[in-house]
Design a protein around this ligand. Structure first.
Ligand code: G3H
Length: 183
């Protein structure tokens, strides 16, 4: 949880909230219990909140701009009610087609899905477990790809805060486990 999450603001590059820091510590403790023979690779975005979430892990995180949250363009830093009030047409257009709607001077979910192509190639050829400390929009897109969810559903997938989603490849796709951590 970032300070922007607390205020219900989208985008930005805010720091973690106290609860976000508590989660970061729980995550480090949790990862100790999931330790495997193979070393784990840790990826974050280039934004403070994911870098701070990974700060207590034993592994050295690699930050990647391709994992940054959907760019909300002119709506960056606003709350959803401010978007509705200041940009009513944008708010309505996004509610109609959240997959293809592109924020003015920003991105759509379809753009994010495309931007993540090289990340997906890297995930698929990686042989070790990867921990991705990400953002709601980006994690939705990665999850939809790995779980073979239709793109139209991607922008609406539940992606709870303070939860580790473990996806393990199997013969048909991935097995999923969710671990909500105390914080
Ligand atoms: O900052 C934006 C959110 O993480 C993505 O939320 O696409 O459901 O508005 P949304």
């Amino acid at each position: 949880e970032s300070l922007f999450n607390v205020e219900d603001r989208i985008g930005g590059d805010s720091e973690l909230s106290p609860r976000g820091h508590a989660f970061a510590r729980s995550l480090a403790a949790f990862m100790q219990t999931r330790r495997t023979e193979e070393p784990i690779t840790v990826w974050t975005s280039a934004l403070k909140r994911t870098i701070q979430t990974a700060q207590y892990l034993r592994e050295e995180p690699i930050s990647n701009r391709a994992l940054d949250e959907i760019d909300a363009g002119v709506c960056d830093g606003l709350t959803y009610s401010e978007v509705r009030r200041r940009h009513p047409e944008e708010f309505a257009a996004r509610s109609k087609d959240k997959l293809n709607y592109r924020y003015p001077r920003g991105e759509s979910y379809a753009d994010v899905i495309q931007r993540l192509d090289p990340v997906i190639i890297e995930i698929e050829r990686h042989e070790r477990p990867i921990l991705i400390v990400g953002h709601q929009g980006v994690l939705r897109a990665l999850y939809a790809y790995l779980m073979d969810t239709p793109p139209r559903e991607c922008p609406h997938l539940p992606m709870p805060l303070h939860t580790v989603l473990e996806l393990t490849p199997n013969a048909y796709g991935c097995t999923e486990r969710r671990f909500p951590l105390a914080c």
